[in-house]
Design a protein around this ligand. Sequence first.
Ligand SMILES: [Zn+2]
Ligand SMILES: [Zn+2]
Length: 374
Amino acid sequence: MHARAAVFFGPGRPFELREYPVPDPAPGAVLLKIRLSNVCGSDLHQTRGDGGNPIPPGGRVLGHEMVGEIVKLGEGVSTDSLGQPIQEGDRLVYTYFYPCRRCWHCTQGNFSLCTTRLAHYKESADDWPHFSGGFADYYYLRPGHFAFKVPDDLSDEMVSSANCALSQVIYSLQRGQFKYGDTIVIQGAGGLGLYAVAVAREMGAEKVIAVDGIPQRLELARQYGADEVVCLEEFTTPESRVQRVLDLTEGRGAEMVLEVVGMPQVIPEGLQMVQPGGAYVDVGVVSGKFSIEFFPAALLRRNARYVAVNHYEPFALYQALRFLSRNQKRLPLDRIISHTFPLERINEAFDQSEWFKKEAGKAGVTRAAIAPGL
Ligand SMILES: [Zn+2]
Ligand SMILES: [Zn+2]
């Protein structure tokens, strides 16, 4: 049996739909059918050419933020990572990285630090198991991959961001030591930003302040629980935004400022919003292509911490599912995905996700998803 994958050959080149033999799961592995796979900011970094990952001959299958349905369990697999029974037809979410469990960091239980955790992303689409990314009909879950069964009451649209955006936010607030009664400023109200608003709220935030340039996003941020929003249309300079945050925090600034914009230009103003003893938590700037002028004194004078967070520990993904179950009736969780495209229209999905392009702005795509089964 053959099935489709959208293969990426490099920036500036359209995805090509190709067919590959569907792998039979080895002992310990699981074959999944992709239900929904989102276009995440880091996928856009790849297609723009500032992602940094080299493209192997034969191309790569992108897509890491997804939910799959079990088609076939390999020999010996009967449960998810928490021992919950699983069977064909059940849905799974899984970490998009694959810790080796054979390195120094893995022996310490620091799976987010495993140096080969993304090794499968370097594989060519030509090589077995072919289906190593979300923009395809199938996904091959390797033996021992951290995976959790999706509760029936959560829709694909609600859970498809769990293994990237939501887990990342949950883990980042914990790494940054966010605590009850703290105030947080969230730079960026895209998918991660909206989740951060809601998670901080649940963790007992005194005040949640969201900063963004798009009024519709900030409106959604309010629905997710933001107390205050700072719109770049109204506060047009970094100085005015810093002043606004100080005004909203009795002149102190926030215990935590979270960067989920993905552009380092926002860091200097964000540092000015951190209160003495607080933390600046950087999650979005994954691209190594951009630099900024940086004044360490902004941190030093505040006795502040700079916490950089890349990937998360597997427990955060289970906590993400629990968050969704607790909040599904309270929050518009299905509005994180604004548009869904079939696999054959993946190039359109990526085009319209470029929010700074005029035509994309018109389409109103905030987060697109690919549904291969459409
Ligand atoms: Zn992602
Ligand atoms: Zn490892």
